[in-house]
Design a protein around this ligand. Structure first.
Ligand code: GDP
Length: 436
């Protein structure tokens, strides 16, 4: 229970072994006794006391530890309610901690991330955010924006000082520096997504190019295949593997692999379907064969996508090479391997690391944006920032520039929860489970 009256309600149902007045009980203590109704002992319990403001919610709080089981817990809960307590809504304890100013909205959201974490890395990110590391970074950016505002106010208030040109350059420099920081945060969302979900990777190619050999070679290198998920494309499953710390969600096209005898046309349209689902497409070619029309069709599929062209079977005499202009036209990411002999796989991993900037993901030094609400607000802030820069460059009056700059502050305020509406707050806390 949390709230001003929680100790009064507790007194009506709890008889401690050592009788002591509530005022005399210190916070952070545990008392032993019985829950009693009409003289009948319901259970033998331990009660923890937390006195305001030193509690999770900053209010008076107590926790009753009973023997558990459905009947006892339900009975004690009923007694609390009968004596004046109200059932907590989802996330209400954390919501009170937020409304009472102990934590900000980012920290409250991190509580959900911690509860829902599926991997150690996700948990680590959540704990870091709970400690306020991301909040501090946002506060710092806000402080920088306030410095810009001070500069602007000087220009507005003392126009007789003919300093506007200098100031404009200064403001512009400051905005550039803020933009770099905001942009880094926005991009961190992609890393957060990779940590959470992995890079969805499809291997496509003509029959006999070596798709299943490559898949097997990759799977063999990974000792821990975490999950097998039904893919959204029919006949596919997804396998989650981590190679050199790179999380890949491989779309395994088992269905296609079995259909080797089918007309190749079916293979191509299937490949297109699968590639559309993926974040990364690995297009594999049999380098010992001359180029055909079908190869061009495969290349057309990867056009405009994050892709790696893999030339397979280099243990044999090859006919296609990495510097082939017909390939380079479609992608600069070309590697040669021998899937059968496990040769050159690291070249594929290095390319993936490069394409997704994976070596820049550093959980120890970097704050990650973890949810879409935060990301959208950062994007809104960047929009305001770009508008401010544009107005500045167009030589608009400085107070117009100031409006956009204030907009950045507002968006950032919504992230930490200073400027956020009640509806949004309710929506965020509704995602919690009861009693958190
Ligand atoms: P898929 O139809 O694209 O899945 O191709 P497979 O992986 O089934 O390979 C087709 C054939 O090529 C099989 O006989 C493989 O053993 C062979 N193969 C695959 N990769 C290599 C390689 O790197 N070198 C050689 N020599 N043969 C390979």
């Amino acid at each position: 229970m949390s709230g001003k009256n929680c100790f009064n309600i507790l007194e009506k149902i709890f008889v401690p072994k050592n009788k002591q007045k509530i005022e005399e009980i210190k916070g952070y203590t545990i008392k032993y006794g019985n829950i009693v109704e009409n003289g009948r002992v319901i259970d033998e319990v331990l009660v923890s006391y937390f006195k305001a403001p030193k509690s999770y919610t900053t209010e008076n709080m107590c926790e009753i530890n009973s023997h558990g089981g459905n009947i006892v817990v339900k009975k004690i809960l009923e007694m609390c309610l009968k004596n004046g307590a109200k059932l907590a809504e989802p996330g209400e304890f954390t919501k009170r901690a937020f409304l009472n100013g102990r934590i900000d909205l980012l920290q409250a959201e991190s509580v959900i991330d911690i509860i829902n974490a599926k991997s150690e890395k996700e948990l680590k990110t959540g704990i870091k955010q709970l400690k306020g590391s991301l909040s501090k970074e946002i506060e710092k950016i806000k402080q920088e924006i306030m410095d810009v505002m001070v500069n602007i106010e000087v220009t507005i208030d003392y126009p007789e000082y003919d300093v506007e040109d200098v100031t404009n350059i200064q403001i512009s420099d400051m905005l550039d520096s803020i933009e770099i920081k905001l942009d880094k945060l926005r991009r961190s969302f992609d890393n957060g997504k990779i940590i959470k979900e992995g890079i969805k990777t499809a291997i496509i190619g003509k029959p006999n190019a070596g798709k299943s050999s490559l898949l097997n070679a990759i799977l063999k290198e990974d000792r821990a295949i975490v999950t097998e998920i039904e893919g959204t494309t029919r006949d596919t499953i997804e396998e989650f593997v981590t190679i050199n710390g790179i999380p890949l969600k491989l779309i395994d096209t088992a269905g296609i692999r079995e259909a080797k005898d089918e007309v190749e046309k079916i293979g191509i349209s299937k490949s297109r379907e699968i590639a559309n689902e993926a974040d990364l497409v690995i297009a594999i070619f049999d380098a010992t064969k001359e180029f055909t029309k079908d190869d061009i069709e495969i290349l057309n599929i990867i056009k405009g996508k994050e892709a790696i062209i893999v030339l397979n079977k280099i243990d044999l005499q090859t006919k296609i090479k990495e510097d082939d202009n017909r390939l380079l036209e479609f992608s600069k990411n070309i590697v040669s391997i021998s899937a059968l002999n496990n040769m050159g796989l690291e070249k594929i991993y290095n390319k993936i690391t490069e394409l997704f900037n994976l070596d820049q993901i550093n959980l120890d030094n970097e704050n990650l944006i973890t949810n879409i609400r935060q990301k959208n607000l950062i994007e809104e802030a960047i929009k305001d920032l770009k508008n401010a820069k544009k107005s500045l460059n167009l030589g608009m009056p400085i107070d117009i520039v100031a409006i956009s700059i204030k907009g950045i502050l507002e968006e950032l305020g919504k992230i930490t929860g200073e400027e956020v509406s009640e509806d949004i707050i309710n929506e965020i806390f509704s995602k919690f489970c009861l009693g958190k």
